[in-house]
Structure formats: C-alpha cells, structure tokens
Design a protein around this ligand. Sequence first.
Ligand code: FAD
Length: 341
Amino acid sequence: MADKSVIVIGSGFAGLSAASFMAQAGWQVTVIEKNKTPGGRARQLKENGFTFDMGPSFYWMPDVFERYFDRFGKKTADYYSLRRLDPSYRIYWNDGYTDMPAAIEAVKKLFELIEPGSAAKLEKYLNGAAYKYEAGMNKLVYKPGRSITEFMDWSTIGGVFKLQVFSSIKDHIAKYFQHPTLRRIMEFPVLFLGALPEDTPALYSLMNYADIKGGTWYPEGGMYSVVAGMIKLAQELGVQFRFDEEVREIVIREKQAKTVTTNKSNYSADAVISGADYHFTETQLLPEAYRSYSPAYWDKRVMAPSCLLYYIGLNKKLKQPVHHSLFFDVSFEQHGNEIYK
Ligand SMILES: Cc1cc2nc3c(=O)[nH]c(=O)nc-3n(C[C@H](O)[C@H](O)[C@H](O)COP(=O)(O)OP(=O)(O)OC[C@H]3O[C@@H](n4cnc5c(N)ncnc54)[C@H](O)[C@@H]3O)c2cc1C
C-alpha cells in the first residue's frame, strides 16, 4: 500500500498523465472528474446510435504519444493502433479543393504545381522547422518548468534567435511562398493555437514540420481510443477514478493543499494536482490568499476563443467528404479577424 496519496482533479489528457506518473512514483492516486465519462475536451458522445469524438481529431506529433507510453515501458500499440492518413486532410477553397498528401515528395509536387520553384523553398523551410521542432520539444516543452535556470544553457539562449520567437510566422511564410494558396496551407496550423498568424511567432513553423513531416494519424476507433488507452494504463498502475463528482474547493492547511471539497464529499490527501484549466483552478478552486495572480492580471490576458460545435448524425453515407475537411471557402483574413480580433 502506498503511504502517500494524491488527488488529481480532472480526467483530461493532463490529469490522466499526471495520475499515471504519480502512481508510477508510488503514490496512491484518486482522479475526481465532474463529467460522467473521462477525457475532458477529448471525451466521447454517444447518442441515438452515433458516436462522436467531442474535441480533437488531428493526431499529430505521434512521437509525443510514443514517448509518453515509453515512460511506462509500453508502446502506443499496446493500447491502440494507428494508421497514417493519406491525404492528411482536405482543404476546400471557393473554387475546388486541395488534398494534402502524406508523402513529402507528393507534397513537393503539389507545391511545384501551384508555384514553380516552391518545392525547393519548402525543403529549406522544413529544415528550419525541423530544428525548431527538435529544439522546441527538447529544450522547452519537455523541461519540467520548475525553474528558469532549466532554460539557461548556452545552446538554448544562443538558439533563441534561430527559434525566431520575435518575428511573426506570417512574415516568415511570406519570405518563402508567394502564392496565396500555399501561404494559407502553411498558415492554417497555427490557428489551432488560438491566434492569427501575424500574432504568432515564427517559432511555430514547427507545426508545419509536425503536419507535413510528422503526418496526420488516425487512432482506430477515433481519438477517444487514446483516452481509453490512457485510462487503461492508469488503472493498470492502480489509479482510482470517481466520475460525476465536481470539485468545489481546494482547502489549504498550513500552506499546503491537503483536502478537496466536492459536491458529494471531502477527500484528504498529501497533495492535490489540478488538471482543470489554470484560470479556473486559480480563481474558482483556490482561496484568494493562495492565488498566484491578481484579478487585474487576468483582466489583461486574452483567452483563446471558445467555439460552438455541432455533432451531426446523418441517415446515409456521404461519398464526397473525406476525414479532416477544412473549409477556407471564404476570406481567411475576414474569418480570422472576426474570430480572433
Ligand atoms: C473542439 C476542439 C478541437 C480540438 N482539436 C484538437 C486536435 O485536433 N488535435 C489536438 O492535438 N488538440 C486538439 N484540441 C485540444 C485538445 O483537445 C486539448 O488541448 C486537450 O484535450 C486538453 O486536455 P486537458 O487535460 O489539458 O484539459 P481538459 O480536457 O479540459 O481536462 C480537464 C478536465 O477537468 C475536468 N474538470 C474541470 N473542472 C473540474 C472540477 N471542478 N471538478 C472535477 N473535474 C473538473 C473537466 O471535466 C475535464 O475532464 C481540440 C480542442 C477542442 C475543444
């Protein structure tokens, strides 16, 4: 029996990941989730015989998932099977559509057809993006973030300029490609980050690398298979789950988070980890005296926009649309400005 216990709030990817790592480290872990089912933004909706992934559909950066399961001596294949999609996705314009091929040579051919000379430029662009992906993941994302000193090695500091954190990705792309179609293909992935290309650092060309080189993958059974896999791993490690129970407060005693109050009960533990949104945890669950940021700080922040989703079930199979169809049939700029500005 583990002698230390932790409560994890939320069963999204973050909560599930934290829960498994804590269990692996020997803690007794209980995940408390307000919804009836796990997965958070990636949960599943079953209605009238239809099954929907409620949030994510682009499985990019398969190396990240592989690395995660590897930390537990496992492989993604132990929990779900993956298939690389070809085309990666389809973009509809107002006068037709473009299928983005999986193979790099086919992508180059496509670029060359749209803008002669652009295949060589794409290769150069992706070489820079590969550096950013490698450096961004290993020197920034995978660092635990406990102290600023983690980022103080000379190669990271010296690499900041190469990472292009000070110039926009819109300007960066414009240096390589002239044709509006190519510019849009290269710009759209950063919309996933919740901001416009002109407001996003060129560092994020790493997303083009993830897209074009890394590819779009399909976990058999849908994105929820990833959640199901992470739940299975957590259960194998002994993690306990309580669904349909909402945490209302993190109670602090002697400067330590030791208890959570839910709509059903109180739970004590040696530590509490919140996988709920940071802003929510800080402003709704933590007592005011223990918050890191003031209301004035939050007032100045621009949150990524929310979205309205329709889950539509049809009584027949459509032939035309493929998976991952993106509709850029109206002005990209107008759309972007109306959503993000
Ligand atoms: C529509 C949409 C499309 C997306 N598409 C993609 C994509 O294609 N590819 C991609 O990689 N990413 C995509 N994302 C982003 C991705 O889904 C999220 O980044 C990820 O799921 C967030 O995981 P999380 O664990 O951080 O948060 P969440 O999934 O939000 O998990 C937080 C959990 O905490 C629970 N919780 C909150 N408050 C409480 C409380 N008080 N008590 C108990 N439980 C609580 C919530 O119910 C939830 O289960 C998309 C997101 C959305 C919404």
